[in-house]
Ligand binder design. Sequence first.
Ligand code: NAD
Ligand code: SF4
Length: 429
Amino acid sequence: MRYYPNIPDLNANSSINLLLKRAKENRTVWIEEYETTGGYSALKKALTKLTPEDIVIMVEESTLRGRGGAGFPTGRKWRFALANPKPRYLICNADESEPGTFKDRIIIERDPHLLIEGMIISAYALGAELGFIYIRGEYPAGYMILEDAIEEARKKGYLGKNILGTDFSFDILVYRGAGAYICGEETALIESLEGKRGHPRLRPPYPANEGLFGRPTVVNNVETLSNIPIIVTYESYYMSIGPAGYYGPKLFPISGKVKNPGVYESTMDITLRELIDMAGGMKDGKKFKAVFAGALGVYSERDLDTPMDYSPKGFGGTGTTIVLAEDDCIIDALIVIGEFFHHESCGKCTPCRVGTYELLNILKKFQEGTATEKDIKYLEHLCENIPVGSICGLGYSAPNAVRDALKKFRDEFYLHIEKKCPAGVCFKE
Ligand code: NAD
Ligand code: SF4
């Protein structure tokens, strides 16, 4: 086996052993082991006992929602694509780049055949003959592992012409991104796959209607597609895993000030507080301060009973949980997020290009002790207006963390105007 670079030894644990069944240890499960532990039996079942329509109905009934962050119902997205004529394409979005998000890499690096099997079954349901995995450039080992696993699957007859002797043919190509967060936005990803600059397209049309090379295209996240073999295996039993309406396993990447950062698998009937407990609780006995849900929202102590599901008051998103303690500064954390969005804005829309720059500069004034009350108003103005003139998710969500922090940690902004940092991070001599 060839040498794979840069695979961090991430902690992974599960109370239900579905998505992480084979992925708790830091090693790659290759095809022989995958098969002997039940792998590819869902594909065999799908191709011999189920019609494509049976699988689409199963996915609809499973209530599976997109695990890339938006939580859009997967079955509904598939229906949109199926309403359009062939050829249809399937794309796996493996460009996870949200700050603090490292859940998909666990599947890619440790159990790649789970994703590949999920893609083959999905392609069968969607009538697609070609699929793509768009993986972020920062996952070089994941790219090589996927290429090798795909070759193993081809040799075994799970990919290629007439899969397992049926008239269904499908193959997968792996494509590497080059380090731009925006290429995880589905239409920028499609542009990049087409060989163009990764700039988002205006939607509609959505990719399900007009995607890669103008053809109907389903873009699903790694974790979403990895649920498909589990749904086909468990059928109606899948609907007993987790709370009503939000069935199935979910991966939660936790980082920051917890004892055991890592990726945790659970049903979605847990709360944010319980998730932090799963990761061993607060590190060094420090007092909890906040959770940053990736770059997209801020949760305070009052929010610790938030359910980790996709309900309107649920945590939703990718499940990314960055935990801050009493000695972390909210302004400092917002600056990290602000630098990220300013750097990653593709520049196509002026409110996003200029607004993310302004947001960052104003936040820095609070850290430097030069901000006034007027700057709080200006931050609010930017939070309101950046999304209005933006065309993609980056611009819609860039101000979210600042907006939440202004509501939940407003006193910290005022204290910084007085050159006081409650965490003792800013204004050091
Ligand atoms: P969205 O809600 O606009 O769309 C979600 C999905 O549903 C898309 O695939 C879209 O094509 C489809 N869809 C929605 N309405 C449709 C319709 N009427 N017809 C056909 N298809 C339809 O969200 P988005 O802009 O695709 O994604 C934003 C999310 O991405 C954010 O919530 C963010 O959390 C997440 N994100 C995640 C990462 C990561 O690293 N995982 C990175 C960046 C952003
Ligand atoms: Fe680019 Fe921002 Fe416009 Fe999205 S909102 S297309 S990232 S400039």
